[in-house]
Structures are given as C-alpha cells and as structure tokens.
Design a protein around this ligand. Structure first.
Ligand code: BG6
Length: 608
C-alpha cells in the first residue's frame, strides 16, 4: 500500500509544509520511500528519496519547498526496489507534469515497452511512473489535462488512485480506480488523500469519491467527473466528526499500545456505530442464506475464524471462514446466487477482499461487510455494511479493530440465536448485555492484570526465533491472531494452531524450556489438560492466558499464567486477545523494534 496527499491553494506559497504534515499522517501506509513535488513560478520542483518521512524531509528540506500546489507520496514498494529513482512522485518526459499513485498497474511492463517505443523517457522501475506517461501520451496531442487523464486511464489496468498536476495551471487532478481516495474542500484550498487523517488538519469538509471518478481540484472548489463519459457528478460534501487526535499518540510511546488501551472505548462506540435497520437487514440476509462465507485477511481473517465458532454455537448457522486471497481459487467456481459472503476489512481497501467482492457480485451472491473506514471502497460495493466505529487505527498491527470485529460477530450471532430460537431469550439477552455493558470494563481490567507479566516474559521469549501459540474451539482464532501479532512486530516465527493438532507433528519441536503459549476459554479447560500435559511432560515452558483455573494452574508457573478476569465463555475470545497483544507489544519493544511500523509490511495492502 502507498499513500498520496495533494493540495492546491491560493493562500499558501510555502506548500511544502502542509504536504509534509499531510504525508506524516499517512506514514502507516508506506515508509520505504517518500517524495514531494510542488509547482513554483511555473516550474515543478521534485525532491524524493529512500527512507521514512522524517529522515527524507530533514535531508531534502521537503517542508521548505515553495509553491502553491503539490503532491506528496509515501511508498510501500511493490514494483521496483525502494530507491530514490523508484520513489514517487514522478515527472513526465519533459517535466511539465508530475504525478503519484497508490495501487497496482498490472499492465505496467507492456505499457512501459509501448511508451518507450514511442519515445518516452521512463526513468524508474515503478508502476506509478506509468500513470504520468499515460496522461502525457495524450496531453501532448490534445493539450487538455482532463481529456488526457480520461484517455490515459483507458491505457491503465489494475486498481489504483493517482494525483497529477501540470505546471501551467492552478489545478490538481485525481483519479480513483480501486484504491482509496478522499477529498477535502477548505478555505481557498482543496486537497485529496488516500486517507482522512491528512485532510482533517486542512478541512473537515469532506467529499467522498467513488471508483471511476476523476476530481478537478481548484483552490476554491472540486469538480467530479465520470471518467467513462466525462459527465459531471453532483455530490455534496459532509462535515467529518472524526477525531484527528486519534491519529496522535496521546502520551503513549506507540500507537499500538494506545490502540490496545482504546479497545474498551472502541467496544463501547461499536454499539453506537451499528444502526437499525442495517443490522437487522444484515442478520436477515444471513438467516436467509443458503451458504455463508466469512472472508478476511490477516487479523480480519482471524476474526472470521472466531466468528464461525460463534455462529455454530449461538446462531445455529454454519459459516465458512476463508482467507481473502484464497477464496476465488477455493470457492470461486461454486459461489452462487443465494450464498452470502461477509467481507471483513478494517480499511475496506484490501485488494484480496475487493477482488472477492467483484467475483461474487458477478455470480449474484450477496455481499455484506464489516468495515472500519467509512467511505472506503468496500462500503459502497457492499449490499449492506456495518461500521466498526473504532476511529483511525494507525499502528500497522491491528488490535482494536480486530476485537471490535469479534465483538460485532458475537453480538450478531446472539441476536440471530434469539430470533431463531437457538438461544433461550434469557441466555441471549444476558450475553447481549454482557457484550454491551460488562465487556469494556473486563477489557480494561485485563490490561491492568496482565501487562506486568506480559512485559516480564519478554527477555525469556527473546531467546527463541520461533514458538507456538495454541488455541481450542472459540480461542482457535485468538491463537492465530496472537501468533500474527508476534510475527508482525517481533520478527519471530510464531505459529498459531489448534491445540489438538499439535501432537500430530509439531510436538517434535518441544525440548526443555521451549515456550508454548496457550489461550483457553472457560468451558474448554478440561479439553486442554491432555494438550498441556503432553508438552509439559517433555519440558516445555507453558505460558497461558485464561481465567483463574486450578486445573490449568497445575501446568503453569505463576509468572507464566496471564490470568484474565472471569467472564462468560463467549466473552473469553475477545478478552484473551489482549494479553497476547501485550506479549507481542512488549517483546517488540524489548527487541527495540518499532511496533507501529514493522519492516516490509503495511497497514493496508491494495495489491494482490
Ligand atoms: C495487512 C495488515 O496488510 O492487512 C494486517 O498488515 C491486516 O494488520 C490485514 O489485518 C487486513 O487488513 P484489512 O484492512 O482488510 O482488515
């Protein structure tokens, strides 16, 4: 994933400053390279290099770049190694035009050959540069940027969003074609960005952009056109109430720790975000479904794993959890009308998920989704979507959005269970009440009771380049998620697995002192005794998250027992994610790794 931020203004001549500020708020979208292009006195100035925004901005004086309009880009490398020449923005051949993209131009190589054969000077190995030459190819003939952009988009294949500008006008142009893009209309200036945090300091007057649309930004206004036929699109802006402070650390050392602590409040805000009639319609679609698939990537996939157990137990419905990138090859031929696919994505932009949506819509199956970022591509491709209402999640590893996804699935499963008579009204209402009133406090208590032990385990775990995280039943998905957190921020091969499966092979890894992490839900403690015993008797050191349980304590030293507050069985998968998040966070800090921006990965991957 990459991030673009562009602005045109009639009240700034030091545009570099706001471009850098906007880019800083997109750091989580990419930190391999960063660049800024501005237009000053009829010339395009372009400064870019490999490295994070704060390093490159200081080295090249990005904030001091003069001009009245400009484009900033942060890159997560896909095509072309992270290097100065592959950094964005890019020039056209004769440096009259500059542009930058976020996304994936799949026909990059044939276009590179075609444009080169036509005499274009293509300087990089980055697909973003092709967007600029695609526009230049037609501009040189037509002399009109809008028409040149429309025709240039006709050359491009893939999912992308780009911002582009010509040195001779006061405009910035932007295109949304499968990757995220938002726009803002300020006082005497307008801007576009891959995400809202960089727009809000300029303006809260936000304009949603849909795929297939082009924006023409002037300092006073933004015009929307359909790329297909150049027709004008009328759409009113709205005032965003998103809290920009969310995008600041608020006194925490890292966004990841801040967002772990925000889970109680995001659990509360979830129930304000989910509204009628959408949730009832969402549930009815599931009740009416012939088959149900839950589809997600990364942490969102792990939420679907826990959700499938909830639906089995509480709703009496079978739901198949599937990894986004796997869905089309595994179910693509059999998906059909009557099936319901629930896509789970905090960003609403993950390409592996968007591809599933397009595939399933072509086969007339219904698309429901659970999304955090409003206005994202997934929200308007879905028949019904439910918002998480978590606010911005900045840290690359998901935490609060993951737990809110799981909470929402538990809530929906319980409501369906009551409607369908699978749950007694009493049991169902009790669970709904626990989710809405008790859970936030239990999350806060869990942080309080497990932080010290989680932090004290870091020096021990730091000795191991790999270990296992095992779960059972409802906590299977929790084990997968805990293992992913450790992989993401500690660069350790932590393997999440079903605990009953461990004896079928992986058990061979165990030797004296080897760490095995277990996460155990209240009703499953007895099932786990054998699994604990088989590793303990071979010398493993067991680290365990569960509520206080004398049976379990026989296998675990006091300092390794991360006791969570007692709760209903069905709340435990939500609560027990927290100690594993804290274990990963503190181990990362111990290893001097920045947990917010781990190497090589990105918050949202808009490439397949
Ligand atoms: C990955 C992120 O790129 O995408 C994960 O590193 C995330 O943290 C996954 O869980 C899915 O993202 P989303 O936005 O679809 O939930």
């Amino acid at each position: 994933m990459c991030g673009i931020f562009a602005i045109t203004s009639n009240r700034r001549q030091d545009i570099g400053q706001i471009l850098v500020e906007g880019a800083e708020k997109l750091t989580y979208r990419g930190y391999d390279t960063v660049g800024v292009a501005t237009v000053h006195k009829g010339r395009i100035l372009l400064r870019k290099d490999k490295g994070r925004i704060e390093e490159v901005a200081a080295k090249l004086g990005l904030a001091e770049m003069p001009g009245h309009k400009g484009i900033a880009q942060l890159r997560w490398a896909t095509f072309g190694a992270p290097s100065k020449v592959n950094a964005q923005p890019h020039f056209d051949c004769d440096k009259d035009i500059a542009g930058a993209h976020n996304g994936n131009i799949v026909n990059y190589l044939p276009l590179r050959e075609l444009y080169t054969s036509e005499g274009h000077i293509i300087r990089s190995m980055n697909d973003g540069e092709i967007c600029v030459h695609a526009v230049e190819r037609y501009y040189d003939k037509i002399g009109d940027m809008v028409e040149a952009i429309r025709k240039g988009c006709g050359d491009l294949r893939g999912d992308y969003a780009f911002a582009i500008m010509h040195k001779d006008d006061d405009k910035v142009y932007a295109v949304k074609m499968g990757s995220s893009l938002f726009a803002g209309i300020g006082e005497g200036e307008t801007c576009v960005s891959s995400d809202l945090p960089s727009i809000l300091p300029v303006t809260r007057n936000i304009l949603n952009v849909h795929d297939g649309e082009m924006l023409i930004l002037s300092p006073e206004s933004i015009e929307i056109r359909q790329i297909s036929d150049n027709s004008v699109v009328e759409r009113s802006p709205y005032i965003s109430d998103a809290d920009i402070r969310v995008a600041q650390k608020g006194g925490y050392p890292h966004f990841m720790l801040k967002e772990i602590h925000e889970q109680a409040s995001s659990a509360r805000s979830l129930f304000n975000a989910v509204r009628e009639p959408y949730i009832t319609n969402f549930e009815q679609a599931l009740i009416d479904a012939e088959r149900i698939f839950f589809v997600g990537c990364g942490s969102s996939y792990h939420a679907t794993s826990v959700a499938s157990y909830y639906f089995n137990d509480l709703a009496g419905l079978s739901a198949i959890p599937v990894v986004g990138g796997q869905f089309i090859s595994q179910f693509g031929q059999t998906i059909r009308k009557g099936d319901v696919v629930v896509c789970v994505s905090q960003s609403g932009e993950t390409k592996d998920i968007i591809d599933v949506v397009h595939h399933c819509k072509e086969r007339n199956s219904r698309i429901l989704s659970i999304v955090n970022v409003l206005g994202s591509t997934l929200t308007y491709l879905s028949d019904i979507y439910l918002p998480l209402g978590c606010g911005f999640e900045i840290s690359v590893p998901a935490t609060k959005t993951y737990t809110s996804q799981v909470i929402l699935f538990a809530y929906i499963a319980a409501r369906i269970g009551i409607k369908q008579g699978v749950l007694s009204k009493d049991m169902g209402e009790t669970l709904l009440d626990e989710l809405q009133t008790q859970l936030p406090d239990l999350l806060e208590q869990t942080i309080a009771t497990t932080t010290v032990k989680a932090r004290s385990l870091a020096p021990y775990l730091d000795q191991f380049p790999h270990f296992y995280v095992l779960g059972y039943g409802l906590t299977h998905g929790v084990a997968l998620e805990g293992a992913l957190k450790i992989k993401e921020v500690c660069y350790i091969v932590a393997d999440g697995m079903y605990s009953s499966e461990f004896k079928h092979g992986p058990l061979s890894i165990v030797k004296e002192g080897y760490p095995i992490v277990f996460t155990v839900a209240p009703n499953d403690a007895e099932h786990l005794v054998n699994h604990l015993s088989e590793v303990e008797c071979r010398g493993a050191r067991i680290i365990l998250t569960a509520e206080d349980n004398s049976l379990l304590k026989r296998y675990v030293a006091e300092e390794d027992y991360l006791a969570v507050p007692s709760s209903s069985h069905y709340l435990s998968p939500i609560i027990q994610a927290v100690p594993l998040q804290l274990l990963a966070y503190h181990l990362a800090v111990f290893k001097k790794i920045d947990p917010d921006y781990p190497r090589n990965i990105s918050k949202t991957l808009t490439v397949r």
